[in-house]
Ligand binder design. Sequence first.
Ligand SMILES: Cc1cc2nc3c(=O)[nH]c(=O)nc-3n(C[C@H](O)[C@H](O)[C@H](O)COP(=O)(O)OP(=O)(O)OC[C@H]3O[C@@H](n4cnc5c(N)ncnc54)[C@H](O)[C@@H]3O)c2cc1C
Length: 266
Amino acid sequence: MSRPITAGGRQVPDQASSAEEQLSLEEAPFRVTSKRGLNRRTTAVRLAPLEAALHFHAGQYVLLADLHGEVEPRSYSVANAARPGGELDLVVTAVPGGQASQWVHERLAVGDKVLVSGPYGNFVRGSADGGPTLYLAGGVGLAPILALLEEALSSAHSAPLHLIFSARTEADVIFRSQLLEWQERHSNFRFIRTLTRASGEPPLGRLPAQLPRLLGSLVEQSVFAAGPEGFVDECAGVARQMGVQPRRIHTEAFFLEPQPWGERVD
Ligand SMILES: Cc1cc2nc3c(=O)[nH]c(=O)nc-3n(C[C@H](O)[C@H](O)[C@H](O)COP(=O)(O)OP(=O)(O)OC[C@H]3O[C@@H](n4cnc5c(N)ncnc54)[C@H](O)[C@@H]3O)c2cc1C
């Protein structure tokens, strides 16, 4: 059974705009307008709508599929805030033996058509999130956080915004120049990277365990954590222990979907 890509699993964010205001696409054609390797494992693709644009909130994800139904649709977070031309940036890390991520890496090319549906998810800024915000990204979990940051930095949001990005090695610190540029331009934004599998400049080691040391009180903060399931669960746990209100803790777990969708994989 293939995964239904209708609005079945769609969740509506508790944001200002209502579900009615948000145009949801069942499945629409997009064209790949650029593709660039960020490192050995991670590729960024830009998609432009061929028909209707997809209206989404920063932080949401879409389902990406090939035109011929040869690859199972997979969830990818949109890595940019909404643009006038309706373009979507996706950042895909190759999973060993993974069907969709390997297709994006190996075969998808500029000019190809793909199918996109969505938007999905509630990893979005809510009405309680107007104050200082801590973003915690594990690996490619940076993707929806880039969108949230782009939105916050281009708005009147003046409260402190901190990003702690946990990567394996320096080569895995994707979008470093973008993040440093934002840090240079916006005095309320600070970016720290931590490495889990390499030596070098501190901080090093697993992020959730380091949070109390890296930051003082989190009581007034909103926290957005995205990345592997274990990473976001631990981040949310530490945030709760550090006094963050549950309604201000937002998580997006990049779990691997079953193969094929709808059937259990043991
Ligand atoms: C909300 C959400 C947002 C996400 N956003 C992103 C994002 O922005 N960027 C990103 O890179 N990823 C993201 N992901 C993860 C993404 O959706 C895919 O899960 C990931 O790319 C792997 O998909 P795949 O088709 O390549 O791998 P799959 O083919 O699903 O394989 C996954 C793993 O299972 C193994 N496997 C395959 N078939 C079987 C089988 N029959 N039995 C046992 N094991 C098997 C594979 O070897 C592989 O290790 C997100 C996930 C979610 C849920």
